[in-house]
Design a binder for this molecule. Sequence first.
Ligand SMILES: *[C@@H]1O[C@H](CO)[C@@H](O)[C@H](O)[C@H]1NC(C)=O
Ligand SMILES: *[C@@H]1O[C@H](CO)[C@@H](O)[C@H](O)[C@H]1NC(C)=O
Ligand SMILES: *[C@@H]1O[C@H](CO)[C@@H](O)[C@H](O)[C@H]1NC(C)=O
Ligand SMILES: *[C@@H]1O[C@H](CO)[C@@H](O)[C@H](O)[C@H]1NC(C)=O
Ligand SMILES: *[C@@H]1O[C@H](CO)[C@@H](O)[C@H](O)[C@H]1NC(C)=O
Ligand SMILES: *[C@@H]1O[C@H](CO)[C@@H](O)[C@H](O)[C@H]1NC(C)=O
Ligand SMILES: *[C@@H]1O[C@H](CO)[C@@H](O)[C@H](O)[C@H]1NC(C)=O
Ligand SMILES: *[C@@H]1O[C@H](CO)[C@@H](O)[C@H](O)[C@H]1NC(C)=O
Length: 842
Amino acid sequence: MMAPMRLAGTLVILTMAFLSGLRPESWDPCVQVVPNVTYQCMELNLYKIPDNMPISTKELDMSFNPLKHLGRHSFSNYLELQVLDLSRCEINIIEDDAFHGLNQLSSLILTGNPIQSLALGAFSGLSNLQRLVALEISLASLEDFPIGDLKTLEELNVAHNFIDSFKLPDYFSNLTNLEHLDLSKNNIQNIYHGDLQILYQRPLTKLSLDLSLNPLKFIQPGAFKEIKLHQLTLRSTFNSTDTMKTCIQGLVGLKTDQLVLGEFKNERQIESFNRSLLDGLCDMTIGEFEITFFREFSEKTTDFLNCLANVSAVSLSSLDLSELPKFSSDLRWQYLELVRCSFENFPELMLKSLKRLVFSYNRGLSTFTELELPNLEFLDLKRNALTFKHCCSHTYFGTTRLKYLDLSFNAVIIMTSNFLGLEQLEHLDFQHSTLRQASDFSVFLSLKNLLYLDLSYTNIHVVFHGIFHGLASLQVLKMAGNSFQDDSLPNIFMGLTELMFLDLSNCKLEQVSQGAFDSVPRLQVLNMSHNNLLFLDALPYKPLLNLQVLDCSYNRIVDSKGQELHHFPSSLASLNLTWNAFSCVCEHQSFLQWVKDQKRLLVAAEQMECASPIDMQGVPVLSFRNATCQMRKTVITVSVLTVFVVSALAILSYKFYFRLMLLVGCKKYGRGESTYDAFVIYSSQDEDWVRNELVKNLEEGVPHFQLCLHYRDFIPGVAIAANIIQEGFHKSRKVIVVVSQHFIQSRWCIFEYEIAQTWQFLSSRAGIIFIVLQKVEKSLLRQQVELYRLLSRNTYLEWEDSVLGRHIFWRRLRKALLVGKPWSPEGTADAESNQHEATTAT
Ligand SMILES: *[C@@H]1O[C@H](CO)[C@@H](O)[C@H](O)[C@H]1NC(C)=O
Ligand SMILES: *[C@@H]1O[C@H](CO)[C@@H](O)[C@H](O)[C@H]1NC(C)=O
Ligand SMILES: *[C@@H]1O[C@H](CO)[C@@H](O)[C@H](O)[C@H]1NC(C)=O
Ligand SMILES: *[C@@H]1O[C@H](CO)[C@@H](O)[C@H](O)[C@H]1NC(C)=O
Ligand SMILES: *[C@@H]1O[C@H](CO)[C@@H](O)[C@H](O)[C@H]1NC(C)=O
Ligand SMILES: *[C@@H]1O[C@H](CO)[C@@H](O)[C@H](O)[C@H]1NC(C)=O
Ligand SMILES: *[C@@H]1O[C@H](CO)[C@@H](O)[C@H](O)[C@H]1NC(C)=O
Ligand SMILES: *[C@@H]1O[C@H](CO)[C@@H](O)[C@H](O)[C@H]1NC(C)=O
């Protein structure tokens, strides 16, 4: 039933998908990124704006559709649009009021449309537009661009067009919020004084102007005089040293917060650098100076830096600088950045004013040399392959004000001092450098203000437990990729009471000592991934009252030991247990169930797969069925119980087999059908006495008694036990037990006696007569508790080998046997003298 219906459903869906391919507007093909808010209709071969999206749509990506033509009121269905991307929509024509009503629109992207006709009122109504990106729209001049009404515009990007004049049109007086004007990769060759006229009337002091990649040949000297910009970028703008020199001189009088010069890696035109090239810099007022990608830039040509004495920040990156010149001491630089230069020696920097030094990605150096920078607060020396031989103290860096120190991705760092004089340090990063002697003493002892410490992958082998002493303010500690003695995490976090983030991933950890987290009660993030933990509760969770994120992925966790999970932090919001060695067998079912119960916390729960047993490999852990175990458990319990009951029954029926037979027999024979007067139980050792005395006296005397004796009366071929019961007990009125030393010692006799007792009980006859043949040792008798009790409570006959004794014995025995004997002619003699004669044993 199900299969055909499903098939039919699939067919319907396929047909609809096919039809939708033919008529795109009839079907909603756009991707809903955020429901009712963000839709992506990229590259769907749409010819017009789809009209079936919610009117509340705020972000719409229509890029790479052949719209070709934007008519009036093209977006009247989506008046709440804030971001509209129309990149590469082959748009040729934009009519008046195309964006009518989009007064929420803040960002419009028109990149890559070969616009031929742009109506004067094309952008009218965009009363809130802040960002207009119009690269590659075949724009030939700013003058013709109808954006004069976009008073809220902050960013105008018209790079990669054919603009050949830098004349800023009059409408710029309306663009009072403009902060970014990107004119790079246009065709501007000359800049004249009049081009910036509008900026004199309406200064745009926050403007960042990018003129990179224009073939600039000439800047009229004084064109920028008194102009204040935030940033001016001129990269790969000059195709010769001559033009560069004259153009820079032409910038005389410019005030700018930042000047960016240089080239692009793949757009290098200047062949040789000439020391007078940047002389013009002396005539400008520059806040920060940046120069990048200049070939042939050597220390001999760095004189120009003297023109930059008053700048606050200098950045020299990707230059062929092998050495720095000696700086004059009146430089006022506060920030210096030297990145990706080809220094051969660590530069000698004597800059009293310097607060921030970034010296990174400089290959080709080997050893760090001491600094003398008394005001330095921020030192970034990452990725230089440097060796530090005496780290770290205030004399090493020549400052006591250091707050930020980054020595990551270097070569070897030898720890010889515990940051003496660097007590201000707040951020310290050593990652991926090789630390030596870090575990020999309390290296961080002075750093009571340190907040952040990264020691990841520094080859530390932690032996000394006091390694982190002194870090009283530390909040973040990254120890990934190191190792610990015995692969066990000792209690090394004493005093780190502020710690919130701890990364111990990739540390080969197998165990965690019980007190390890006792002193980090504020811990929020604990990363234990990529270790060798076998149990989830290898960690002592009890002190971690604020833990929110726990990453135990990539371990070998199979189970929990049970106790610690009770202390599992209730504050936890994220638990990553992916890539562990989950064993999906019933043995671990309570752990697996616990894991399933934490589903709300689990990260990528669907990626948690069983690693064993083989038939469960790759099966999601969460699909492990508890019920299977329950069933298996029930089956096992039931079978065990059954086996137990059956065997108990078997043992019982084996043990009480004879009793059962007796019971059956009692019902069958009933009373009064006895063939014998008495069945005699005796030990074969006493057979002589039985034959010669008992049988002679009772069977040959008067009255005549018929005894049942096994040697004589048992039916051959029948099991002895069956004979005992059928012939002996069932057909006899009474049982005579001949008690002697041998009788007590014979297990068979005792067995017969026990059966006799049961028989007496079942047939409710007072029928057992005890004859004590010889004195039995009391101690021996006591072993047969029942018999002993009976003999001490009841009367019994004692055999005496004297004439008188015999006479009394036989009289009493006959009398006892006569009780209940049915009348017979020969047996009347003493029948009426039925008196009780007994001896009470003591
Ligand atoms: C989307 O908008 C429709 C109609 O305005 C509304 O019914 C629906 O609940 C909205 N969906 C979401 C996820 O906001
Ligand atoms: C400035 O904006 C006003 C009002 O939108 C407009 O009338 C005027 O033409 C604009 N000025 C220029 C130079 O475009
Ligand atoms: C620089 O540009 C001019 C004009 O575009 C051209 O004639 C000249 O060959 C270029 N020089 C170099 C070195 O590319
Ligand atoms: C530097 O360039 C200028 C102009 O191109 C030239 O006159 C001067 O000789 C050059 N000086 C050096 C040292 O190359
Ligand atoms: C730096 O500023 C001082 C005064 O503030 C001035 O005398 C000096 O000429 C300036 N130096 C340069 C290179 O602009
Ligand atoms: C834990 O560390 C591993 C590798 O070191 C990393 O991939 C993972 O993102 C970290 N987890 C958290 C929660 O930061
Ligand atoms: C574990 O999950 C967390 C939270 O999503 C994530 O940040 C972390 O990267 C994951 N760990 C690994 C090793 O991917
Ligand atoms: C799964 O088993 C555990 C213990 O073995 C039990 O506490 C839990 O209630 C069971 N869950 C279900 C859904 O059967």
